[in-house]
Design a protein around this ligand. Structure first.
Ligand SMILES: Nc1nc2c(ncn2[C@@H]2O[C@H](COP(=O)(O)OP(=O)(O)OP(=O)(O)O)[C@@H](O)[C@H]2O)c(=O)[nH]1
Ligand SMILES: [Mg+2]
Length: 430
């Protein structure tokens, strides 16, 4: 060896010194990258993963560039038009007449009795026959609503009086027709301003009591959660000089199809966060990201207990989340990974509980349907899925579009992913 070394030219010696230096650097980089917390945002589609990533960008000073805000402007316009069009269609599918005001139905039971009740479940299937925009379970949710809700039956009875032979409301106002005919290409133009007739139509449409009632039954069809926020703010958003605020951006629904990565530091701990698409077709892209994961932030939309999946219009969204969590939590690659569950959309959950009892969808929930009981019930269902006895699941109740609440959960050392990672590291050292 020594002989070999002595036979080296000065260039060889220099090359060896450089190689050694690179090795040292690589080793150091490796040490640093071991300390970086790689965190994956996982969960089913529409549960709020990208919203949490947006909050992380806001909270850790990354924010949004002007180009990003412009891209969100386009997405927000599409969200508004899509929401309005969905509601126009749902008025027809659920058979709710325009102008219908549930508060004006004095004796809903007798109104309902006048409707031929027998037609509910099977009749509904017949009426919807051939319309595959509604799946079997979406239909059964509709049928169940009609069975137990005399107001829904009364609306349907009134609608029948305004129907033509094609089953369409003959009293459909002009604003609904403008929305139906609206072409979304303006959302992709350079100046992206909502046409004035569309704006006026949406404003009038959203004030209709029948439309508001239809919105209250949005678990029976696929509607964006941001619908009410955007339609309430349409006057501001339709102005020619409109530029999206942080809150507008947090409310935007853009289905994730490309992985996004951000880096930031919380109290000396460097984080590298990946946001992955949660819809079924996107989940095949997850596996390549499974190496060296220190923490998983698993998002569940707790408000989705009475909704079906967008992908098949059939599977209950909460059941879908549980199945997915079971496979992630018990995956061999995540044996030692800190696991944090965000039970998200608590704002929507709270208001839903007032009208939609959990036991209708989860008969094994038998307690009083309060926020505390119901949220505790769902958390337990998730924690019980964990098959690793030495692994703790950290559960938080979140409202991802509320920056104050998320700041508290994400930035406090004694909570959120930071806490879970610290505790997991302590356990591994033992
Ligand atoms: N009201 C309310 N809306 C929320 C909350 N969290 C998310 N949203 C909204 O729910 C919609 C879906 O959120 P995303 O963050 O895009 O969902 P995602 O999990 O990234 O969905 P995929 O990309 O399809 O996997 C958006 O319109 C959000 O603004 C919440 O806590 N409350
Ligand atoms: Mg997303």
């Amino acid at each position: 060896m020594g002989n070999c070394q002595s036979g080296l030219t000065p260039e060889d010696r220099e090359a060896m010194a450089v190689t050694k230096q690179i090795d040292v650097q690589l080793k150091q980089d490796n040490e640093v990258s071991k300390q970086v917390v790689k965190l994956l945002l996982l969960g089913a589609g529409d549960t709020g993963k990208s919203t949490i990533l947006k909050q992380m960008k806001l909270i850790h000073g990354i924010g949004f560039s002007n180009d990003e805000r412009k891209a969100f402007k386009s997405a927000i316009m599409i969200n508004i038009i899509t929401s309005a069009k969905t509601l126009v269609k749902a008025m027809c599918q659920l058979k709710i007449p325009f102008g219908f005001d549930p508060g004006q139905i004095h004796d809903p039971q007798s109104q309902a009795d006048n409707a031929h009740k027998g037609s509910c479940a099977e009749g509904l299937g017949r009426e919807l026959g051939g319309d595959n925009t509604l799946g079997v379970s979406a239909m059964s949710i509709m049928a169940a609503t009609l069975e137990r809700n005399p107001v829904a039956l009364a609306a349907r009875n009134l609608y029948r009086k305004t129907e033509d032979e094609n089953g369409k409301d003959t009293k459909q106002p002009a604003c609904a027709k403008v929305i139906e005919a609206c072409d979304v290409t303006f959302c992709f133009s350079d100046d992206i301003t909502m046409p004035s007739d569309v704006y006026a139509a949406i404003l009038e449409f959203w004030q209709d009591p029948g439309v508001k009632y239809c919105y209250s039954r949005s678990n029976e069809f696929q509607l964006l959660d941001a619908c009410a926020y955007y339609l309430d703010n349409v006057e501001r958003i339709a102005r020619p000089d409109y530029f999206p605020t942080d809150q507008d951006i947090l409310s935007a629904r853009i289905l994730t199809t490309r992985v996004t990565e951000i880096n930031f530091q919380v109290q000396d701990i460097p984080f590298k966060v990946f946001d992955l698409g949660g819809q079924r077709s996107e989940r095949k892209k997850w596996v390549p990201y499974f190496d060296d994961v220190k923490a998983i932030l698993f998002l569940v939309a707790i408000s989705s207990y009475n909704q079906v999946c967008f992908e098949d219009n059939c599977t209950n969204r909460m059941v879908e989340s549980m199945t997915l969590f079971g496979s992630i939590c018990n995956h061999a690659a995540f044996r030692r990974t800190a696991m944090v569950v965000f039970m998200n959309k608590i704002d929507l959950f709270r208001s839903k509980l007032e009208t939609c009892p959990v036991s209708l969808y989860f008969p094994n929930f038998t307690g009083l349907c309060t926020y505390e009981n119901a949220s505790d019930f769902f958390s337990r269902q998730f924690v019980l899925l964990n098959k690793f006895p030495d692994k703790k699941i950290y559960v938080h109740y979140t409202w991802a579009t509320d920056t104050n609440q998320i700041t508290k959960v994400l930035s406090t050392r004694q909570s959120g992913p930071v806490w879970a990672v610290v505790k997991q590291e302590e356990k591994l050292k033992k």
